[in-house]
Design a protein around this ligand. Structure first.
Ligand code: MIC
Ligand code: SF4
Length: 642
């Protein structure tokens, strides 16, 4: 009984391997989720596997990212996804039903089960006591086909919460505090399990706010126990049959422990342009604010929006601020519409957006140039909002509401108002009519494929000799938003790799793709935590299409490293980090006997032809990853071993 909760769930799902930290484990996946921006690729890949029906207990396809429909592309993708789901046994959450993570928490997340999602914020469902992991679409496709998920077993960190949050302090401040202490790479190779007496003071939506931003720590996932508060939430969702109590054993052991005294926290805010640049709000109070965006898969719950409505009721927002509100789901939207809170928000001057990712991923609502935008979201990477010189700060709905009223960054404790207290509803409004069941007659369903949906590009087995130039050299913490941006212009091209590839690295070098194509491919050199952020496999698919053979970096973010391997790109690490300084953009590199060296040696030697010197890199691949790379990617490997 000495196990921690992570080990308990992993043990009950272990297919093969070892659960020791650092060991290779394969776990069975009960549920999958996809969203539209990663979903079309994931389903094209599932189709390529030739499996007639998904084999999971539950698979849901959400539409929430690509909702602007400024051209035919988004709408065509929606039709593809809807018909695909009907044919292959997948539930389809229609556009308008809400953001994947919020809806999944409300309607499907289940204590003790496993969830793999083609979105990095899948750990949101960890609030419900489930192991929920974000992955590339191809990994999710394999899981839908009944295959296990392979991972290097992370270390397990206990985050012991004690005390209770004070007025105007929110669960967002708990995770901002962790980001302040640990930074955006502090969670790489770790799972954060929350425990201690403070846990029971937090409702499920509050826990979800914390679990969701675990992705920003770089963590594999985040997990809460399943307790009376979980039951309370499931009852209110008319899902109490899904409840099971789950907690760590009395003498559970962890690789590390961190303590947070909830009483000691104060309202916090993350500076532009990284979620870990966290300071107390009072330190930046008084800066002019031009935009406030409340919503995203973080902080868009019923309780979040009710507290915003309570604060704004009877008041008007500052004339220099544009305030947008995005309800996280149809359930939230309908509840605040029915109880009148929506009227309070509209009357205060809020602009109400549809229930979708929206401003979080630059799908509209780009802020004014150089202006401060306060957002309740989870990412503030430079330019993600759609404005290249944006100044996006991340904070709780309390802070965001205070800023909307005052027009400057404001600590909500200085508003001189009674803090809102929103109880958990006894029953949420339940109407699943926008979730479509799969067809009982799959053979009668024809999949609709618009002209934007292009076949999946493929590549052959790994080359034995790699030669080319360093097409780009970048520094630390390059995000997938730098590698392949999203936003209103690029996101609609997610089903069209030849078209989207033209945007590869465009924020860093507008001619990158042209240069890569003209020179027949080459290498990219990066710093620490390369590929931080989203799970989009397009950030590996487009480089593959452009002919990138290997990335050489100081270290990698977990999901992006897997995506590189899945698409046959070598993720190499400097043996001696000083070599990073020695290598220049445009240097010509050559790696010989790649295949045989991979099989026999942990290291490869790179010959810098331009500088006439050699340096060593390691690949750190496990035997399965090596096979995948030798085959030229996971799809080739899976077909070969089928
Ligand atoms: C994000 O928040 O960056 C996204 C957009 O949801 C991505 C997925 C994608 O790029 O489609 C993520 O978090 O994985
Ligand atoms: Fe959507 Fe933003 Fe959440 Fe990503 S982080 S799933 S873009 S709301």
């Amino acid at each position: 009984m000495g196990n921690n909760l992570v080990q308990k769930i992993f043990e009950s799902h272990l297919v093969s391997g070892s659960l020791e930290p650092g060991g290779q484990a394969a776990i069975a996946i009960d549920q999958t989720l996809t969203q539209d921006a990663t979903g079309t690729m994931a389903y094209l890949q599932f189709e390529a596997l030739g499996i007639p029906r998904v084999k999971t207990k539950l698979s849901v396809s959400y539409v929430d990212h690509n909702m602007l429909q400024t051209g035919f592309e988004n709408a065509d993708d929606h039709r593809f996804l809807q018909t695909f789901a009907a044919k292959y046994g997948i539930l389809f959450s229609r556009p308008g039903n809400g953001i994947c993570h919020q809806v999944h928490l409300e309607r499907f997340a289940k204590p003790g089960e496993t969830l793999l999602g083609s979105d990095s914020h899948t750990p949101n469902a960890g609030a419900m006591g489930m192991i929920a992991i974000g992955a590339g679409g191809l990994d999710v496709a394999i899981a839908m086909g009944g295959g296990p998920y392979h991972l290097k077993m992370p270390e397990i960190v206990l985050v012991r919460l004690k005390g209770r949050l004070r007025s105007w302090v929110s669960s967002k401040d708990v995770i901002l505090e962790l980001l302040r202490r640990l930074t955006v790479k502090g969670g790489v190779g770790k799972i954060f399990e929350f425990g201690g007496p403070g846990v029971k003071t937090l409702s499920i939506p509050e826990r979800a706010t914390i679990a969701n931003l675990g992705a920003e720590l770089g963590a594999t996932t985040t997990l809460f126990p399943s307790d009376e508060r979980t039951l309370e939430f499931l009852k209110a969702q008319e899902r109490e049959k899904d409840w099971a109590p789950l907690e760590a054993g009395p003498d559970a052991r962890y690789n590390q422990a961190i303590e947070i005294d909830l009483r000691k926290l104060e309202p916090l805010i993350a500076h532009p342009s990284s979620p870990d640049r966290v300071v107390p709000v009072r330190e930046v109070a008084g800066r002019e604010v031009r935009q406030v965006c409340i919503g995203s898969c973080n902080n868009s719950s019923y309780m979040d929006l009710m507290s915003v409505a309570k604060i704004l009721k009877g008041q008007k927002i500052h004339p220099d601020v544009s305030l947008t509100i995005t309800p996280g789901s149809k359930q939230v939207f309908e509840m605040i519409a029915r109880n009148g809170a929506m009227a309070d928000l509209i009357s205060a001057g809020a602009r109400i957006l549809e229930s979708a990712c929206g401003p979080c991923i630059g799908m509209g609502q780009a802020p004014p140039s150089g202006a401060v935008s306060i957002r309740t979201m989870n990412r503030n990477f430079q330019g993600r909002s759609g404005t290249p010189d944006d100044q996006v700060y991340l904070a709780s709905p309390y802070v965001a509401s205070a800023c909307a009223l005052e027009g400057v960054i404001t600590d909500p404790r200085t508003l001189g108002m009674k803090p809102p207290r929103i109880p958990m509803p006894k029953r949420f409004f339940i109407d699943d009519s926008l979730i479509l069941a799969p067809s009982p007659d799959p053979e009668d369903v024809a999949i609709e494929r618009g002209p934007n949906i292009k076949p999946l590009p493929t590549r052959g087995p790994l080359e034995d000799v790699m030669e080319g130039s360093v097409l780009l050299k970048v520094g630390d913490h390059i995000t997938t938003d730098h590698i392949l941006p999203a936003g209103a212009r690029v996101l609609p091209l997610r089903s069209n790799i030849p078209a989207i590839s033209k945007h590869l690295f465009e924020r860093l070098d507008p001619d990158f793709f042209k240069k890569a194509k003209e020179s027949g491919g080459g290498f990219v050199v990066g710093g620490e935590n390369y590929g931080q952020g989203s799970s989009r496999e397009h950030a590996a698919l487009a480089p593959m299409f452009a002919g990138i053979r290997a990335v050489i970096a100081k270290s990698y973010a977990r999901i992006h490293r897997s995506n590189l391997i899945n698409f046959g790109i070598l993720p190499l690490t400097f043996q001696d980090e000083k070599e990073f300084d020695g290598i220049q953009q445009e240097d010509r590199l050559r790696i010989e006997r790649v295949r045989s060296r991979l099989e026999t040696n942990g290291r490869l030697t790179i010959w810098n032809v331009t500088q006439r010197r050699a340096f060593e890199v390691s690949h750190g691949l496990n035997p399965r990853e090596m096979e995948i790379l030798l085959a030229g990617g996971l799809l080739n490997y899976t077909r070969k071993s089928a």
